[in-house]
Design a protein around this ligand. Structure first.
Ligand code: ADP
Length: 504
């Protein structure tokens, strides 16, 4: 839920969050006040045609013209935001409506139309039959998987939203098919599962002949499902709640429906005539050999204590500390360029819905908002936000909110002095006065981000060695209070983000 306290600019400000939720297919409702209806068009204080401005970014937008409209609009907004492919909805409440007064009795009567929203995963199958796929398509999908030489399961945040973890587990454990989670699908099946192919991603994607993709779009994050990253002959079976998404991608088989329900259908179909790859299957050997080689290489690099810090050394210390916490796993928020890229392979996920990152748009600056939301929804959990300094900078003052509420959020700021790195020019290269300007992607060197947290009475640490970081991590994870750990990273560590070159 996103609330704006002011009209016009407040509403425009909310568009960043609303559009981000929409592109990630997350249910969000934004409620904003707006100008007095009788004054519209006269140039009222902070006047904007908010309804029209928000419409391109949401599934549903409506203005309450009187207080009686509100319950109906709330009901429709919830249904739109959470129903089918989830997304954003907008409720516009003009100032005059907000000041209308009705009796308690009238209010009770109006509220009668609002029913408790029951998510798909809590409803009996008989109530959500339309979210199952036709049985003929399920049979075809299972037959394709059964006859595949190099099958792969890929799952994403749509499967996480659908609570498909149990069905995915059953599928993997019965068939022995290796799997690849997307960044926010991570944890639906533990990264420690022997069939996890994350450390052999390029081989798994590049060589599979049939890919069952569950609740994940074949967008840039999955290289559009096209060569050269995928084989040109790969056959896709897509499971998605959104019919248009499937029609657009033109897979071999499209299963429109809820990820959990459709995976259960697939498991039932397999149960009648089970098949499994078996430990000695050449495809599994290819994947497992590559996984062990890459894991070994990564562990060797990680085991070294590099000072001044690179990204791997501090991430290893954080990983070990997260591992020691065990279950319930903390919620991990991850954003930044190198911090998120390297963190994705170093920080493992063992439980569903425990990772939030820059998402479909690769949006930076969302991390602290996500951390606050996570702390509100899961008050029993520790929240760990691993932030690049640039990503942190977009919404750094949210530390005030974190300190004010005393949320158990520990923020790490990987401070390498800039976007991708600090100013790396040697003084000899700086010729004229204009060149003396800081490099456009650099920040103030040696910034003391921890003092920002201390300014609000919470705990700040600045760490530059493994011992200092170890101490800060142990103390702050145990305290479960707001803390910011300024991790001083070599300004020369880090490279252009994501190895995406032309997209940056
Ligand atoms: P990722 O970033 O993990 O690759 P995407 O955001 O690209 O995932 O894709 C998520 C997909 O999941 C969307 O296409 C969305 O329509 C779909 N989805 C959302 N809810 C469900 C559900 N209950 N069952 C199946 N698919 C879903």
């Amino acid at each position: 839920m996103l609330r704006n306290f002011t009209t016009g600019p407040g509403c425009v400000n909310g568009l960043a969050g609303v559009s981000n939720a929409m592109i990630n297919t997350w249910p969000v409702i934004m409620i904003s006040g707006s100008s007095v209806q009788a004054d519209i068009g006269k140039g009222d204080f902070q006047e904007l045609d908010q309804l029209e401005s928000v419409k391109p970014f949401v599934k549903f937008a409506a203005k309450a013209k009187t207080v009686e409209d509100i319950p109906r609009i709330v009901k429709e907004a919830i249904a739109a935001a959470a129903g089918q492919r989830p997304g954003a909805a907008y409720i516009d409440l003009p100032s005059d409506v907000l000041h209308e007064v009705i009796s308690e009795e009238q209010a009770e009567k109006l509220l009668e139309i609002i029913e408790k929203y029951v998510p798909i995963w809590e409803q009996p199958l008989s109530e959500v039959k339309e979210l199952a796929a036709p049985s003929g398509d399920i049979e075809r999908a299972v037959s394709l998987l059964r006859n595949a030489q190099r099958p792969l399961l890929v799952f994403g945040k749509g499967a996480a939203y659908a609570r498909a973890e149990e069905a995915l587990h059953d599928f993997v454990n019965v068939t022995g098919i290796p799997f690849l989670p997307t960044p926010m699908g991570k944890g639906l099946i533990s990264d420690a599962h022997p069939l996890c192919a994350s450390a052999a991603r390029s081989v798994a994607i590049g060589q599979c002949d049939v890919a069952l993709v569950v609740g994940a779009r074949l967008n840039w994050l999955l290289h559009f499902g096209e060569p050269p990253r995928w084989s040109k002959d790969v056959k896709f079976i897509l499971i998605d709640i959104c019919k248009e998404e499937i029609e657009f991608r033109i897979p071999e088989i499209g299963l429109v429906g809820d990820a959990r329900i459709v995976m259960q259908q697939i498991n039932l179909e397999i149960k009648d005539d089970p098949f499994a790859l078996g430990d000695k299957h050449p495809w599994l050997k290819t994947i497992k050999d590559k996984v062990s080689k890459n894991v070994e290489r990564m562990q060797e690099s990680m085991s070294k204590d590099v000072v001044p810090f690179n990204f791997l050394t501090p991430l290893r210390i954080i990983k070990d500390a997260l591992f020691d916490i065990g279950t319930p796993s903390p919620i991990l928020v991850s954003e930044g360029a190198n911090t998120m890229d390297v963190g994705r392979s170093v920080l493992p996920q063992f439980e569903p819905r425990t990772r939030l990152d820059a998402g479909t748009w690769g949006t930076m600056g969302v991390g602290l908002g996500y951390a606050i939301a996570a702390a509100t929804v899961c008050p029993e959990k520790l929240i760990v936000a691993v932030e690049g300094d640039s990503a942190f900078g977009f919404s750094g003052l949210e530390v005030e909110t974190i300190a004010r509420y005393g949320f158990p959020i520990v923020i790490f700021v990987f401070n390498n002095g800039g976007v991708y790195g600090g100013d790396r020019r040697s003084p000899d290269d700086i010729q004229g006065p204009w060149e003396a300007d800081p490099a456009p992607t650099s920040f103030v060197p040696d910034a003391k981000y921890h003092i920002l947290m201390e300014a609000f009475g919470a705990k700040g640490y600045s760490v530059a060695t493994p011992e200092e970081l170890q101490h800060a991590v142990t103390e702050s994870f145990a305290a479960r209070k707001p803390a910011l750990i300024n991790v001083v990273v070599d300004p020369y560590a880090g490279s252009e983000s994501g190895r995406m070159h032309h997209r940056n």
